[in-house]
Design a protein around this ligand. Structure first.
Ligand code: PEP
Length: 250
């Protein structure tokens, strides 16, 4: 059984309604009773469910996170947007930024950097997503892409800023396709090297994300460089999510 702290970040994407909140009961009970305390679970629901979840997760071992935030942490005339201050005000501690689903919708490295700075200003822990597309992988540009994403979004950021990187190959998200363990390990070690060398992070944490399930977790978790998981589809089912955590530890 490992004692290394591992993160399990549940990204509900644009799923869930008030009824879905019930599914947290089992997970909360599980988190309370689970013997191995070296895990950190974070729920990132859509904005519409953040308030009810903040109430539900109070006094539990599970934290709350958001799936995005505006570039400005100030209040302002930005219809449809939510800023880091508002997220913090709900009791959330985390925010996912740079997710490939948002990059595909037009979010640039420049926008992501501004979002990171606004989240950091509000003391939120940023889960910063990076990863290569299928084409970039085939063109053997993975290192180049990861390096550019890190430098463009994190260069100049203060040394001990609370940022966790999520390595998410775009071609793996929601597809059921998983990289070979040797590739995950190679890419995560590369990311850690850049974070140490170019961003001055002392002890960088890097998660893996992309089609993690209760069926493949035992295989993926053999990669020792992984510090946790960003889980999309499987996190919407309480049994699958609990299974993923259990199988990570035994
Ligand atoms: C994600 O949303 O970041 C993700 C990894 O999704 P999935 O687990 O469904 O591939």
């Amino acid at each position: 059984m490992t004692n290394k702290l591992k993160y399990f970040i549940a990204n509900w994407k644009m799923y869930g309604d008030l009824k879905s909140i019930k599914s947290l009961n089992k997970v909360i009970k599980f988190a309370k009773s689970f013997k191995n305390t070296s895990f950190k679970m974070v729920y990132c629901p859509p904005f519409t469910l953040m308030h009810p979840l903040s109430i539900k997760l109070k006094k539990t071992k599970i934290s709350l996170g958001a799936q995005n935030c505006h570039t400005s942490s100030e209040y302002g005339a930005f219809t449809g947007s939510v800023n880091a201050k508002m997220i913090k005000n709900l009791g959330a501690k985390f925010v996912i930024l740079g997710h490939s689903e948002n990059r595909i919708a037009g979010e640039t490295d420049n926008i992501i950097k501004k979002k990171i700075l606004s989240a950091v200003k509000e003391n939120l822990i940023v889960i910063f997503c990076i990863g290569e597309t299928n084409l970039q992988k085939r063109q053997k540009k993975t290192f180049q892409v990861l390096r550019k994403q890190i430098l463009s979004c994190l260069k100049g950021i203060k040394k001990n800023t609370k940022i966790i990187v999520a390595y998410e190959p775009v071609w793996s998200i929601g597809t059921g396709n998983i990289p070979k363990n040797s590739d995950i390990d190679k890419n995560i070690n590369f990311i850690k090297k850049i974070l140490k060398k170019n961003i001055n992070f002392k002890n960088p944490k890097v998660l893996y994300g992309g089609s993690v399930s209760s069926k493949n977790i035992r295989i993926i978790d053999k990669v020792k460089s992984i510090d946790g998981y960003l889980i999309g589809g499987a996190s919407q089912n309480e049994k699958k999510l609990i299974d993923i955590v259990k199988k990570t530890y035994n």
